[in-house]
Design a binder for this molecule. Structure first.
Ligand code: LMR
Length: 395
């Protein structure tokens, strides 16, 4: 039967990991997959994560099954982190999930059960896996414009105009902060306008929250989507701890549902547990236990937040240096937006051919739409990178 299979298209982001590794050139620059790196080029295990992992290893007494919905301490810690203190937690349920992808997949399945006819609105552009997962699940996709290449900002008028076609009960996927791939983010006024629109039109937001704390701060990054969640009867959050806890390969995430009533939340919890049973029974415990231990201990939480702040400030500093270097080398303001954006990504606005030239001639790897992982830069790379970009775009 396997002869019937067709070759699968390579994932454009994940394929870059192998392509970069296979490149023998000295001085190559990896701006591909979204992982944080420090100045030594390492993706570190965070101090609090290491401490919690060590403590858990000693304290653990069993490997027996946990609950289908997930570890109680983990979920108790994750819910307030996600929704803040303005939502009655009796209306909130959550399921442990294997990373952000697992959380989104689980929430899409929940929506499929609850609202079989819903369409799923994603930003154009968005993280490519949104569309890929929805297609794989056979769910109808609609897109709203999001980014204005000319200004490097959110094209909010175009976004709102497109959302006028949303039907009651449709699901609108929004990036909670640090938009992937553009780095351009909604401001508080725009979140408020979207909330009013959702309340009037009856669409349900699904917040993809993979970069909390990597923009302007944990509270600052959460303010917009939390205000939306606190004002609407129903919403969902797909949470990932891959980036802000550095738990990439260990897979810690959560599918969070804010329901209109505690009774509805109970129904959603039962459905989430059933979905887990059908997919993989139990999400991996190890990484969730690390998060629970860190968030359950004031000192570890403080240390996690301090290290996250250092990571965020490193990225913000790189943004400023990059924008300055590109301004100098291209003698233009074309790339100033990089300093304004937040999170790990920005799109340079180059053509696929220019991206390929950067790879072939300069050993610089980025996604084909010219998305760069800013956290992948070493400070010493920036001048060379800016010169290479200037040379590549020169008419
Ligand atoms: C990315 O966008 O690079 C990350 O979210 C990694 C991934 O899974 O695509």
């Amino acid at each position: 039967m396997f002869e019937a299979l067709k070759p699968q298209p390579a994932d454009k982001i994940i394929a870059l990991i192998a392509a970069y590794a296979a490149d023998p050139r000295e001085g190559k620059i990896d701006l591909g997959v979204g992982v944080y790196r420090d100045d030594s080029g390492t993706t570190p295990i965070m101090r609090a994560v290491r401490a919690a992992e060590t403590a858990n290893l000693q304290a653990e007494t069993t490997k027996t099954y946990n609950r289908l919905i997930g570890d109680a301490a983990y979920l108790a810690a994750v819910k307030p982190l996600a929704v803040g203190d303005t939502v009655d937690l009796a209306r909130v349920t959550a399921s442990q999930a294997p990373g952000g992808t697992g959380a989104l997949h689980c929430l899409f399945e929940l929506c499929k059960l609850a609202r079989p006819g819903a369409r799923y609105w994603i930003s154009d552009p968005s993280w490519p896996n949104h569309e890929a997962i929805l297609r794989h699940m056979g769910l109808p996709i609609a897109k709203y414009p999001y980014y204005d290449e000319a200004t490097g900002a959110v094209d909010f008028d175009a976004m709102m105009a497109a959302l006028d076609d949303v039907q009651e009960g449709d699901i609108v996927i929004l990036h909670g902060c640090c938009h992937n791939p553009t780095g351009a983010n909604l401001d508080l006024t725009q979140w408020a306008a979207l909330t009013t629109h959702a309340a009037l039109r009856g669409w349900v937001p699904l917040i993809d929250l993979a970069y909390l704390g990597l923009g302007d701060g944990l509270e600052e990054d959460a303010a917009g989507y939390r205000s939306m969640v606190s004002r609407l009867p129903e919403s969902m959050i797909g949470l990932s701890f891959s980036k802000n806890f550095g738990l990439y390969r260990d897979r810690a995430g959560a599918a969070i549902v804010v329901a209109e009533t505690p009774e509805d939340a109970g129904m959603a919890e039962g459905a989430l547990a059933a979905i887990n049973r059908l997919n993989y029974s139990f999400a991996p415990h190890h990484s969730a236990a690390i998060v629970a231990t860190v968030l359950g201990d004031a000192d570890l939480t403080a240390d996690w937040q301090a290290e996250l702040k250092d990571m965020r400030e490193r990225v913000t500093g790189l943004r400023v240096a990059l924008a300055e270097a590109l301004k100098r080398e291209t003698n233009s303001d074309r790339f100033n937006f990089i300093a304004e954006h937040r999170g790990m990504f920005s799109r340079l606005g180059l053509t696929p051919a220019e991206v390929e030239t950067l790879r072939a001639e300069h050993g610089i790897y980025m996604v084909g739409d010219s998305r760069m992982n800013i956290a992948g830069f070493h400070p010493d790379d920036i001048d060379r990178f800016a010169k290479a970009v200037a040379k590549t775009i020169r008419p």
